[in-house]
Unconditional design. Structure first.
Length: 182
């Protein structure tokens, strides 16, 4: 990130801020989507975060940490957006009809199972998982971004990973062919 662009934006330069948004906007929206799993909710959280970034930018102490700082604001806006949107999520029912599943259908099923499992995680667990695995942040960086202790970040990642594995194991058991069925 160009430090001088951040410093210009901190002094109220709208063009500099637009440059910052162009530089990090897609990554921030992708992060919001991966946490919230809903494009409309992600867009709302992203827009709210960009407004907050603009308003709070003069208070940013270290311009070199702009992107990490923006991640933190965005993740907190994702939490807020999720709380604001209370809706029912229904799971799909998987029935064994005794038919062999093709590789393509199995791949779609696996992706759907992973999506359902990921949606079953708490927002806090999703945020740590996405920051660590999608953005590639070290757990100490995840902790700093979220403003939580490093041990909490490790614990959340551990429990998120366990929950995903359990959900996928259950899904595998549901589609495994029964003995004698091809």
């Amino acid at each position: 990130m160009d430090r001088s662009l951040v410093e210009l934006a901190q002094r109220g330069d709208r063009d500099a801020f637009a440059g910052l948004v162009r530089a990090v906007g897609d990554r921030l929206y992708a992060l919001a989507y991966r946490i919230l799993r809903d494009p409309d909710a992600a867009q709302d959280a992203y827009q709210d975060a960009m407004i907050a970034v603009w308003r709070q930018l003069p208070n940013l102490r270290d311009p070199d940490r702009f992107e990490a700082w923006a991640h933190r604001i965005l993740v907190h806006r994702c939490y807020r957006e999720s709380r604001r949107r209370t809706r029912l999520v229904t799971g799909a029912r998987v029935e064994d009809i005794g038919v062999a599943v093709t590789d393509a259908r199995l791949a779609v099923h696996d992706r759907d199972e992973l999506e359902r499992a990921f949606r079953g995680l708490s927002l806090e667990h999703r945020a740590v998982f996405v920051l660590h695995h999608h953005l590639g942040l070290a757990l100490t960086e995840v902790a700093a971004t979220l403003g939580i202790p490093a041990g909490t970040a490790r614990s959340r990642l551990h429990y998120a990973t366990q929950a995903l594995r359990r959900a996928l194991d259950v899904g595998d058991a549901l589609v495994a062919p029964k003995e004698g069925v091809a």
